[in-house]
Design a protein around this ligand. Structure first.
Ligand code: SAM
Length: 284
């Protein structure tokens, strides 16, 4: 059966359907939809072991809801940095009284304070110049300070997302434009590859592990997760090397959403698989 344009199998707000996805457009709903990033951050907190006196930088802090969890663990200074003005505006609106936030990227990081700890959840894959970003983090830590990252890892970081996005190649409405998509992400294949980046910047790597995480959820929930992060690449005109015609983003959303629906088993649930790097590094 053919579905008319913009008739999705599950309901999406029309304004959202028409919207370009980047972190500024995602920001207003991010707190509610970023369940994947939030659950992944729990192990990161356990790795970092924040003490009551630690000064902590949350790098790629987004809307600051995880920065707020850091604020609750220390009486030291807590700073959130993110290049998205929309994300920082949300963070300031919600937590601006108790946390300092700045617009800025990891590549341009230049902090007057030396931190005891840097927390970086679900942002490392977006770093355009990882060597420069890691060198800046090294400079922003006091000797003995530590840094943790959690990020999707490996080219097949989420086979479900990849399968759904690959279906854009099969649909005549999206095939041509999708062939001009250029991935903005950094995905390394092994934990040793991630550890090597940090070791070359002068860090001692204490933990580096790629974990596989499985969870069952509805196709609508999978789509919501997709919208909270991956869409900022796949559905962002800046990641295509041609101008996108009107309607492409709406068509692409429809094709992807339908593919998630087709991934559901007899119980209506999708088995979602994610590979994530967890890394803890210390500045000697
Ligand atoms: C999926 S969100 C994660 C936000 C938050 N850390 C969390 O876990 O909810 C990814 C964030 O990385 C930020 N980001 C992208 N490129 C970055 C860069 N070069 N340096 C620092 N942050 C970056 C984005 O603006 C976005 O807010």
């Amino acid at each position: 059966m053919m579905f008319p344009r913009r008739c999705l199998i599950f309901t999406l707000d029309i304004t959202e359907i028409l919207a370009v996805s980047n972190f500024t457009t995602i920001a207003p709903n991010y707190r509610q939809t970023a369940t994947l990033q939030k659950s992944a951050s729990e192990r990161l907190h356990a790795l970092l072991q924040i003490s009551r006196t630690d000064n902590v930088l949350d790098l790629g802090c987004g809307t600051g809801h995880l920065t707020q969890a850091i604020r609750a663990q220390t009486d030291g200074t807590v700073v959130g940095v993110d290049p998205s003005e929309g994300m920082i505006a949300e963070a300031m609106r919600n937590h601006g009284k108790e946390i300092e936030f700045h617009v800025g990227s990891a590549e341009a990081l230049d902090m007057p304070l030396q931190f005891d700890a840097i927390f970086c959840n679900s942002a490392f894959q977006w770093f355009r110049e990882p060597e420069r970003a890691i060198a800046n983090c090294h400079a922003a830590l006091r000797p003995g300070g530590r840094m943790v990252i959690q990020a999707p890892a490996r080219k097949d970081y989420c086979p479900n997302f990849i399968l759904a996005v690959d279906s854009l190649k099969e649909d005549c409405r999206t095939r041509n434009e999708y062939s001009r998509f250029r991935s903005p992400w950094l995905f390394l294949e092994t934990a040793q590859d991630y550890a090597g980046l940090f070791a070359r910047a002068g860090f001692t790597v204490q933990t580096a592990e790629i974990e596989s995480v499985r969870q069952r959820c509805s196709p609508a929930k999978v789509f919501e997760m997709f919208e909270s992060g991956a869409a900022a690449g796949y559905l962002n005109p800046d990641c295509y090397d041609l101008p996108l015609p009107p309607g492409y983003l709406a068509d692409a959303r429809e094709v992807i959403a339908r593919n998630f629906q087709s991934q559901a088993g007899a119980d209506g649930q999708v088995e979602l698989l994610f590979f994530r790097i967890y890394l803890l590094a210390r500045k000697p």
